[in-house]
Design a protein around this ligand. Structure first.
Ligand code: GLA
Length: 373
């Protein structure tokens, strides 16, 4: 009797009982009004808290506005770029925290053909289409529901993109679930269905700086990427179609090295990483694909994903003109790890297919887990 009683006492903090009425989960989910869009739609901000990790996601763009986790001294702090108010996001920004779709990254010249039909999209990035168009999934209102459960507080965002929206075929219903699981683990699950064949490539575009927004550059962060190969591009960042080894290039992160170690060797203007890496293993078992360590704060970030690629971007285009939490965001002030299918997949038959058909369910899971050392 006594034995089982003390065992119970030991188990309580592990399994946890706080938070959700009727469920055995730890953590809390709360919501608050976050202002209105210029066309009058009310936006809500959801706060997901589990232990010492807090994540905020809003219904505008299904955007992660904040991630707070402890540093090596146990001090809790912000690790993403973004704004404290909705206005900052409405004024325009380079996809901070955004859910990106219907097709993340670039489509060459905004053109593709599918089932013998030609489609033309708006070109919003030089000659190419970028991140879903003029009004991509990062600029629409999502419907939120509380799906918290034993694995932690969770909010599911749903958006129905109409046939023809931004030039894409088929009505696409997308559900993105954000969950803060135990051990500082932010899990993002994507699911989508369509009523006609469509290209799809969903990702999240959070900008991380493990020492905090505007704490300096991320050039001293150490990165490991489990990628032997990458997809070389032309000057407009469209893949040539080649899949090339990282060996002997500044893109070799197979053993951890600082992000800054070889960044200036990259021939691009502005210089910096903005490349799709071909991940070594694609599996539903969520293998570790990237690991980042910041010696300054002692924080670590581990990315796991089901996706075949990741766009590693070092904030090359940040030039101090966007002022957010912490101040003006400068070049290399953050990095992004956008788990995805390869850019311009729809125009490359040798890349993993990014076409969703009626009757199929698109799924992708990516998690960002934090630790310290
Ligand atoms: C992606 C692209 C970059 C840039 C950013 C947003 O990472 O690959 O070139 O457009 O989004 O600024």
């Amino acid at each position: 009797m006594l034995m089982s009683f003390s065992l119970m006492a030991l188990l309580v903090p592990v399994i946890g009982f706080a938070g959700f009425a009727g469920s055995a989960a730890e953590g809390t989910l709360t919501k608050q009004p976050f202002g209105n869009t210029t066309d009058g739609h009310a936006v809500e901000l959801y706060t997901l808290k589990n232990g010492t990790m807090t994540v905020k996601v809003m219904t505008y763009g299904a955007i992660i506005t904040s991630i707070e986790v402890p540093d090596k001294a146990g001090k809790i702090g912000e690790v993403t770029l973004g704004f404290d108010t909705l206005e900052g996001y409405l004024k325009g920004h380079p996809y901070f925290g955004s859910t990106v779709g219907r097709v993340g990254n670039r489509i060459a010249k905004g053109k593709f053909s599918l089932n013998g039909k030609e489609y033309t999209l708006a070109t919003n990035n030089g000659p190419n289409a970028l991140h879903g168009g003029l009004k991509g999934f990062d600029k629409v209102i999502w419907k939120a529901e509380d799906v918290s459960g034993p694995d932690g507080p969770a909010v599911r965002m749903t958006y129905v993109s109409k046939d023809g929206e931004e030039g894409y075929p088929g009505t696409l219903t997308t559900k993105v679930t954000f969950r803060v699981a135990a051990h500082h683990d932010l899990q993002i699950d994507y699911e989508a269905t369509t009523d006609a064949d469509t290209p799809i490539n969903l990702t999240n575009h959070t900008y991380f700086n493990l020492s905090g927004p505007n704490s300096g550059t991320i050039l001293h962060h150490e990165l490991m990427l489990a990628a032997d190969r990458y997809t070389p591009t032309d000057a407009t960042l469209i893949p040539t179609g080649e899949i090339a080894p990282v060996e002997g290039t500044p893109l070799d992160f197979r053993k951890p090295k600082t992000i800054g170690a070889h960044i200036q060797q990259i021939k691009a203007d502005p210089a910096g990483y903005d490349h799709n890496f071909v991940l070594n293993a694609q599996s539903e078992r969520l293998p570790i694909m990237a690991h980042v360590y910041d010696p300054q704060s002692g924080r670590e970030l581990i990315m796991r994903t089901t996706e075949p690629g990741v766009q590693f971007y070092t904030g090359n285009f940040l030039d101090g003109s966007v002022v957010g939490k912490g101040g003006a965001y400068k070049q290399y002030g953050a990095f992004c790890l956008e788990a995805q299918h390869f850019p311009d997949s729809i125009n490359h038959a040798n890349f993993p297919s990014a076409v969703l058909k009626p009757g199929q369910v698109y799924k992708q899971t990516t998690s960002y887990q934090f630790a310290t050392r």
